[in-house]
Design a protein around this ligand. Structure first.
Ligand code: C5P
Length: 333
């Protein structure tokens, strides 16, 4: 990485997708407070757009879905992404105006903030001609947040660690979704804290008044709750058949999201009643993702959910969608 590169004037726009988690298996918290995960990320065609323009001072503007809920200062992950790229490349005196057009709702379990950070990395890398490879950008992305690396690559991928270690997954075909957005966001950290509490309460109930035996973590056996990839889900994804994938969608954070927003039970039930092949809270929620058999079915589910009044609004999307991509003259580069 070099410090001799001069920024080129002008602006660069990048389009970046939201994600849903087809599987989210969560282990007990690590010493650093993060939870070990095995997750199957799936990028969907609900996109934010980020434009960076050479400027005298760095600034941030947000327009669109939930714009008022997003900070426009250094605390924003997109701003941090630009700063991290400056730091990683040794580039000095480079400032940008970052403009984010949001369609991905905020605090929705769709990784919208992470997507904007990933898009900012790609856009600044192009604007400043820093020439970092995707692999180098992924290292910077992992330092920004657990979901940021996936937004760079998109598609369908297995995430491990805290979600940042990615392996692309073999998934055939395309999948049609209806996404039901909630009235209020859910803060990710609180959802993880809630699942820890629910699990501790369940373990205490199961143990009863007596002390639990110490043989549970004997050598060679994974500790209870160690997250594992769902092989039936991976096989179903390779078949490209949404009817096989739907029943295998799973999310360990769902009980926490449901306990924080009990009305999501009705949302999930309404989607199932209207024939969704699978219904799951996405990530830390509150967005509920419904898998449909085809585009017309997704439309039917979306219309029915809107009529049922069990969510704020419904969007349709297909996956897998590509990761963060530069847009040139209105076309994806
Ligand atoms: O990595 P990111 O900043 O997106 O995570 C937001 C919060 O979600 C973390 O501060 C942590 O509380 C929680 N988290 C976690 N385990 C993960 C990912 C996120 O506990 N694997």
């Amino acid at each position: 990485m070099t410090s001799a590169i001069r920024p080129v004037p002008g602006s660069v726009t990048v389009r970046v997708p939201a994600k849903v988690n087809l599987q989210l298996a969560v282990g007990p918290p690590r010493e650093d407070g993060y939870h070990p995960l095995v997750t199957v990320f799936h990028a969907v065609s609900l996109f934010d757009e980020v434009t960076v323009t050479t400027a005298d001072r760095t600034s941030l503007k947000i327009a669109g879905e939930d714009a008022a809920a997003v900070p426009v200062d250094r605390s924003n992950l997109a701003w941090k992404a630009a700063s991290a790229l400056v730091k990683a490349t040794g580039l000095r005196g480079s400032a940008v105006c970052i403009e984010i057009r949001k369609r991905i709702p905020v605090a929705a379990g769709l990784a919208g903030g992470s997507a904007d950070a990933a898009a900012t990395l790609v856009a600044c890398n192009e604007l400043w001609q820093t020439g970092l490879t995707q692999r180098e950008l992924m290292v910077i992305a992992a330092g920004l947040g657990s979901d940021v690396p996936f937004a760079l690559i998109g598609g369908t991928a297995v995430g491990r660690g805290r979600g940042e270690h990615l392996t692309p997954a073999l998934a055939a075909g395309s999948y049609h979704w209806a996404l039901a957005f909630g009235h209020q966001g859910l803060p990710t950290a609180q959802v993880y804290a809630t699942i820890d509490r629910l699990r501790a309460a369940r373990a205490a109930r199961a143990a009863g008044p007596a002390t639990r035996p110490a043989h549970a973590a004997s050598a060679g056996t994974p500790p209870p709750g160690e997250p594992e990839l769902s092989h039936p889900l991976m096989t179903a994804l390779r078949s490209g058949d949404p009817a096989r994938v739907g029943p295998l969608l799973s999310n360990d954070l769902q009980p926490a999201a449901l306990s924080m927003q009990p009305e999501l039970r009705r949302t999930l039930a309404a989607g199932r009643e209207h024939g969704a092949l699978g219904a799951v809270v996405s990530g830390s929620g509150p967005t509920c993702a419904f898998l449909a058999s085809d585009a017309a079915h997704a439309r039917e589910i979306a219309v029915a959910m809107t009529g049922a009044g069990v969510c704020r609004t419904v969007a349709r999307a297909t996956g897998p969608a590509p990761g963060a991509v530069v847009v040139r003259d209105g076309q994806l580069a």
